[in-house]
Design a protein. Structure first.
Lengths: 143, 143
DNA sequence: CATAAACAGGTCATCCTTATCTGATTTAGA
DNA sequence: TCTAAATCAGATAAGGATGACCTGTTTATG
């Protein structure tokens, strides 16, 4: 019930790029240093984010990585799912035919509902908001 | 980002007990068969639930397991956390001093808020509701 | 006493996560 | 053209989590 370290790294890397500005090339090693991410580990994460179409890479001298879209067009959900795969709170939520008790199970709706809400929240946050620190709508308290 | 199979099994076992009625002794093997849970695996889960104080066990012939409390007094959250441990969407949500960027990180509040909401939902569902199928308040749709 | 059942624990295979390393490939600039 | 910088791709490995099984041990009932 937790996102992976990789996904966390990916988010922080994307945030760093968003702050650098769209179209601004940044070396992966710079991102790694600034965000305290193991450099060789970040390389793999960058590769995945590139395949997912979330950032562009430029090889060669003075190369680097940059956001593929405007930060406001990239949501937290996209980054998380690009690394960890689709969010699902329980196996049965994936679709039909997974659980034997499909249809009569009173628990599945609870998971489905909670998942929809979670996804909705992550989708509502984009990297322009994060880069500017405009997440004031979210409370900071943990009960 | 998913509860473990163990937690899912635990929930289904508790649901079965809730349906049987409080104080009604049920053999673990019966639960396993009815809920399609590997018997020897369920034994371990039952042990954890017992330690957590969620159910009582009786050894010997005609022994079995039964809910420790009234189903209405046992929440979905309790069962999940008894097996999987406390819910936390990201490592940093646990407390202070985990993340280097504590305080300036714009992402942490998002996780905290989403987690509070998730916990609140799981806490709002008890096993009396589940046993009677009274989860109509929850939508069944997945977006 | 014999039986049924929970209990404790150890073992095992498999996968996931995290992380590192290496070599190949590409490209900008001197 | 040559070199340095940087990504790309794949192999590797440690460690832990997960799911599952199996074997005794204890205990209450008949």
């Amino acid at each position: 019930m937790q996102i992976t370290r990789q996904a966390d790294y990916a988010i922080r890397a994307m945030l760093y790029l968003a702050r650098a500005g769209k179209g601004q090339r940044v070396a992966t090693s710079d991102v790694a240093e600034a965000q305290h991410i193991p450099p060789s580990f970040l390389a793999k994460i960058v590769s995945q984010l590139s395949i997912a179409g979330l950032l562009h890479t430029s090889r060669g001298a003075r190369g680097g990585i940059t956001l593929a879209r405007d930060p406001s067009q990239i949501t937290l959900l996209e980054v998380v799912e690009a690394i960890d795969g689709p969010i699902r709170l329980n196996e049965c939520v994936t679709g039909e035919g997974i659980c034997v008790f499909e249809g009569t199970c009173p628990i599945k709706p609870v998971w489905c509902d909670a998942q929809v809400e979670l996804v909705r929240r992550l989708k509502s946050v984009n990297f322009a908001m994060l880069a500017q620190g405009q997440q004031a709508e979210f409370a900071n308290a943990i009960g």
